[in-house]
Write a protein that binds this ligand. Structure first.
Ligand code: NDP
Ligand code: MG
Length: 399
């Protein structure tokens, strides 16, 4: 990691952006940052999954060169609406990769949710672009591959996830060998204090009601199971090159301390702020500089208490399973991720119980056959097999 310390305040040419997943929680907040600095960014490409209406609205506001709808069944709606604009309209996975490699794109904001985000991120990395990475599943599934490609093509990954942004900020000016351990903080989600015996009655509506953060549905369920923190441990491993036993998790219900780094001399640095994703998103877009912005400040006069406790791995087995998958290596994290994506979808569709999620993940990891994770095809295969396994298991539970 480079650590330049000068603040570039000169007005340079606007930075070309592609926002993968522009209609989501991270995507729309990224566009809020663009609105704050309209002279300094040029939106070249925007992509959505299936939300044609919002994509059309964003295209009319930001006038990109191209927009992509992954779900091609709705593509004609976008094409019809933007016919008079000269904006190129593309569809499917090929379209996502075209957007990620569009001419003039210098920074790709990776804010698609899930495994679907992997192939456009790999395409972006191969052009040497800077990738502002929110899509943690990309590194969970393919950390070795993405890092190898980034090294080969001179691409830089800058974390957007608040914990990883905090660590990234703490590491500015530090030598990698000076780091002893990382501590990821976790809010503990909505069920931190709820008795474990009642977990099988948790409804999707209860699990979607996060105490501190407003986010997309999948990550909100992951926060409720604490799988989100497990995915973040794996993400931290690939971003900061530390072994699993040097990455700790600490529950911090206020979500003010976003994470900590402990150094070999016993000193610890932390990054603090109100829970607002716009701050890490902006930092990922402006690094190594900080641009003045009106984001909410911490009010130290009313901040009376910061609490910390160890996570309860009995209550939240998904976190333990993520550590196990990281230790197992190979395609284990890809299997865990795929099983989790399917289990979360089934829970949101009210087909399985909250407590079935870790059961299905444990089963998927148990049936894992050892395999290397260095090729994209191997990862696609592991992902598909794990999804099939979860569906079979879930059907067996339902029958
Ligand atoms: P959302 O569900 O809000 O948004 C996801 C985006 O991806 C939408 O634009 C969606 O389009 C698009 N999308 C969904 N499925 C596909 C697909 N198959 N192909 C192409 N595009 C697709 O998610 P979030 O913004 O909450 O999260 C995005 C990523 O960032 C996740 O990996 C999450 O873990 C991570 N993250 C999010 C945080 C947050 O605060 N939200 C914090 C830290 C990390 P459409 O709207 O059309 O469905
Ligand atoms: Mg996070």
């Amino acid at each position: 990691m480079t650590t330049p310390l000068s603040q570039d305040t000169s007005i340079s040419a606007p930075r070309g952006l592609c926002i993968l997943g522009s209609t989501g929680s991270i995507g729309t907040q990224t566009l809020d940052i663009v609105r704050l600095f309209p002279e300094r960014f040029r939106v070249r490409a925007l992509t959505a999954g299936s939300n044609a209406d919002m994509l059309i609205e964003q295209a009319r506001t930001f006038a990109p060169d191209c927009v992509v709808l992954a779900d091609t069944s709705q593509l004609h709606v976008v094409e019809d609406a933007l016919r008079d604009t000269g904006i190129e309209v593309l569809g499917g996975e090929d379209g996502l990769c075209a957007a990620a490699t569009w001419e003039g794109v210098e920074t790709v904001v990776a804010a698609v949710v899930g495994f679907a985000g992997l192939s456009p991120v790999l395409a972006a990395v191969r052009t040497g672009a800077t990738v502002a990475l929110a899509n943690k599943e990309t590194l969970v599934v393919a950390g070795a591959l993405v890092n190898a490609q980034a090294r080969a093509h001179g691409s830089t990954l800058i974390p957007v996830d608040s914990e990883h942004s905090a660590i990234f900020q703490c590491l500015v000016g530090e030598h990698p060998d000076a780091v002893e351990s990382l501590t990821l903080t976790a809010s503990g989600g909505p069920f931190r204090t709820r008795p474990r015996e009642t977990f099988d009655r948790i409804t999707p509506a209860e699990a979607l009601d996060h105490p501190n953060w407003s986010m997309g549905a999948k990550i909100t369920i992951d926060s409720a199971t604490m799988m989100n923190k497990g995915l973040e441990v794996i993400e931290a491993h690939w971003l900061f090159d530390l072994a699993a036993d040097a990455i700790d998790v600490l529950v911090h219900p206020q979500s003010i301390v976003h994470s900590l780094v402990t150094f070999v001399d016993g000193s610890t640095k932390a990054q603090l702020g109100v829970p607002d994703m716009k701050v890490p998103i902006q930092y990922a877009l402006t690094y190594p500089d900080r641009w003045p912005a009106p984001h909410e400040r911490l009010d130290w006069s009313t901040l009376s208490q910061l609490d910390f406790e160890l996570p309860d791995l009995e209550k939240f087995p998904c976190l333990r399973l993520a550590y196990e998958a990281l230790e197992a290596g190979g395609t284990a994290p890809a299997v865990l991720n795929a099983a989790n994506e399917e289990a979360v979808r089934l829970f949101l569709e009210e087909q399985i119980r909250f407590t079935d999620i870790p059961r299905l993940l444990e089963d998927a990891l148990g049936r894992l056959s050892e395999s290397e994770a260095h090729s994209y095809d191997a990862l696609v295969h592991a992902d598909a097999a794990a999804r099939r396994g979860v569906l079979e298991q879930a059907r067996a539970v339902l029958d």
